[in-house]
Design a binder for this molecule. Sequence first.
Ligand SMILES: Nc1ncnc2c1ncn2[C@@H]1O[C@H](COP(=O)(O)OP(=O)(O)OP(=O)(O)O)[C@@H](O)[C@H]1O
Length: 403
Amino acid sequence: MYVRHLQLTDFRSWQHLDLAFDAGPSVLVGANGQGKTNLVEALGYVSTLGSHRVSGDAPLIRRGTQRAVVRVAVVHAGRELLVELEIAAGRANRARINRGAACRPRDVLGALRTVLFAPEDLVMVRGEPGDRRRFLDDLLVSRTPRYAGVRTDYERVLKQRSALLKSAGAARKSGMNSDDLRTLEVWDGHLARHGADLLAGRLDLVADLAPHVADAYASVAAPSEASDTASQGVDPSGRSADVSYRSSLGSSLPEGFGLTRGTRAGDEQGRKSLESALLAELERVRGQELERGVSLVGPHRDDLDLVLGDAPAKGYASHGESWSLALALRLASYHLLTADGAEPVLILDDVFAELDRRRRARLAELVAGAEQVLVTAAVDEDVPGELSGVRFEVGGGEVQRVA
Ligand SMILES: Nc1ncnc2c1ncn2[C@@H]1O[C@H](COP(=O)(O)OP(=O)(O)OP(=O)(O)O)[C@@H](O)[C@H]1O
């Protein structure tokens, strides 16, 4: 798919922007702080309903205004879809498709798929488990939009159950008999049901993603000519990249899930056995949870283990290796979504400045054939020749197409 047109109103620094794109590579060049990232952030927002830079929506609305509007015309399989999202301060966001009636923002998920590479991506390797869970969940939603609802339901249940744990724990300490404990059992059921759904989605996703990560890492890390090693998922030093899901269920994770690739956790039987395992584990840690007032079991405590050779990437990988792995996670996402049947728009936001010459060349070579690649850079020299498609200059609150 590709973005044919983007229109912004009061989004970040853009009071108004109207921009037409072609398929293939486009490069947006401009000095620091001119709004290049703001522009691609808007596309990422339409794709995931979130920003890759901030967790809330407030900073996306231009200062001094009350609502931002992003309109995107997306071409996919010969058909054009117009998606409109309104981000409002103090009330619910709204969406529209093809100028129809207002709908929930969640209903536009899937209309535009993007894979966005940004300097912030290094946190997927070096950051906290929450950064990796976010990567997984964003990809899960891109792939299967229904998981947006599963994710929201799980977060709501988790919040309410955690509040209950605190009050039940406090009541227990003061020697009182609490109704909260009975209510807690009801919330255990909700947490296990929604948690199993989310966990199943993530386990299947990681099983499908892992081979793409191994291949992509070898491709990024390998010298340009060495396509033989690239195809075997091994870098020139002989180290391969592997990803696996680490569940807070530990050894109580039902046999096979997340371990044997090809086992589907998302079918009815898989979800049921994950739900039972979560319930049993919740019962086992009940005392600790009440003592500490926090939910200790569930997908919110899980992580994605990233391994290079036989060592965990976090804490062991060099700066360059960490970058290669972060790029591999994004490239693998691109390949997975493409294999599902909808090639996403690739967005490379200011990444070339972060990479050495060899990695720049490898990345450019790997993405040059994509249906659409949007690149932002402060200076032309940062962008490899393979991606010199249409060129836009960004500055002074305007974008000019120059070639
Ligand atoms: N909500 C907002 N309202 C108004 N201006 C904003 C808002 N959010 C960010 N900005 C402004 O947008 C500018 C940053 O834009 P952006 O991050 O897109 O720059 P860039 O061109 O990508 O720069 P760099 O090359 O440094 O990454 C800053 O000047 C910032 O003050």
